[in-house]
Design a protein. Structure first.
Length: 374
């Protein structure tokens, strides 16, 4: 598999993690004081400061950590020696070293640079994403869980995989620039097509669905659940029988999807009142038993204890030398390979190992550590 050098910030770190899942050897190059991911919350209680970031443990899982001061010439020279044995470099731009110097150090190198300021809120606004997220008639809502960065990283990982495949076929490297903004604009393609073909803007739907008339998220006793009543007359009949609401059941005018669309808000308010005192798993089980699409709106805590994710091996426990047992996702790509999850590295954990691979002597390694280069 390929040797990958990870010089990314938060925007590209997930791309490198996906390459780990695919079986590549990924070396994360961090400054001696640790990278920015180690300083991004949420933080684990009782953990050393630079090992406490939950984002670090997820996004850097399976990578090797080399600390390297790229602001000094000695650090840049070590990077060039690393590049000589690398297949792929993934980095956020700008870098403290010329990209052409990296390409010259390794003929056939694949370099992928991520271009953009990395500010999720500004990127989401500038690319139109905020115009279609949130409640109708209210201010736009920012997508949670750093999904903006994840979208960019997915594009980068796909690009990297394609470039590695092309290199296998042609033995040629490439210099590729991925634009954060363009990755997000790609998510707006359907909205732009809708406008150019119909003249209608894509409106924010909030917690209400848009595929069927009776759909959306509804409050219940222990959170929220999601429902989508089939548009067929039979689907509607099964639903009103389940609800047991005589008004809805006796109103023959609601037999068509068009009429339900006209009465949509009244129907949804009735469902809100009906489900308010019930538990979401009860509602979901009953709905699915009637062949009506329904699912719980799971919280992150509920996902970490989801019996299906654990039973299928997507979530597994791993041991950490400082934090004990941790539960980590294997990831879809790693699951296909049958690979076990590997924890994120302690800061600089593999520095000595990697310098040995590069041929540095014990004396040279000590000198580099004493000067703070690694």
């Amino acid at each position: 598999m390929a040797r990958v050098l990870d010089l990314t910030t938060e925007t590209g770190a997930y791309a490198a993690r996906l390459l780990v899942e695919a079986g590549h050897d990924v070396v994360r190059i961090e400054p001696p004081q640790g990278d920015s991911l180690r300083r991004r919350g949420p933080f684990l209680e009782g953990a050393p400061p630079l090992e406490a970031s939950a984002d670090h443990h997820f996004l850097n899982a399976g990578k090797r950590s080399l600390t390297l001061d790229l602001t000094v010439e000695a650090g840049r020279q070590i990077l060039l020696r690393l590049v000589e044995a690398a297949d792929l470099v993934v980095a956020n731009l700008p870098l403290p070293i010329k990209v052409n110097d990296l390409m010259q150090a390794r003929p056939g190198l694949i370099f992928i640079g991520i271009e953009g300021d990395g500010h999720e809120l500004c990127t989401a606004a500038r690319t139109g994403i905020l115009s279609i997220t949130g409640q109708p008639g209210e201010r736009p809502s920012v997508p949670g869980a750093h999904v903006i960065q994840a979208v960019v990283a997915l594009h980068v990982a796909t690009t990297a995989s394609a470039a590695l495949y092309a290199k296998d076929q042609t033995a040629q490297g490439q210099k590729i620039i991925v634009s954060e903004a363009e990755c997000l604009v790609a998510m707006m393609e359907q909205a732009m097509v809708t406008w150019t073909t119909t003249g209608k803007s894509t409106e924010r739907k909030g917690y209400r669905g848009a595929v069927t008339a009776v759909s959306g998220a509804f409050a219940c006793a222990d959170g929220y659940w999601m429902l989508s009543v089939p548009p067929s007359g039979d689907g509607w009949s099964r639903f009103v029988e389940w609800m047991g609401d005589p008004r809805l059941g006796q109103d023959g005018a609601l037999g068509s999807e068009a009429s339900r669309n006209a009465e949509k808000e009244n129907i949804l308010e009735t469902i809100d009142r009906w489900s308010a005192s019930q538990r979401k798993l009860d509602l979901v089980t009953q709905g699915q038993g009637r062949h009506i699409p329904a699912t719980p709106v799971n919280t992150p805590l509920e996902l970490t204890n989801d019996p299906q994710l654990i039973g299928r091996g997507f979530l597994r426990d791993v041991d950490h030398p400082l934090l004990g047992t941790m539960r980590l996702p294997v990831g879809a790509i790693a699951a296909l390979r049958g690979a076990a999850p590997v924890r994120a590295p302690v800061l600089g954990e593999h520095s000595r190992e990697i310098l040995c691979e590069l041929g540095y002597s014990d004396e040279e390694r000590r000198s580099l550590m004493e000067t703070g280069t690694v």
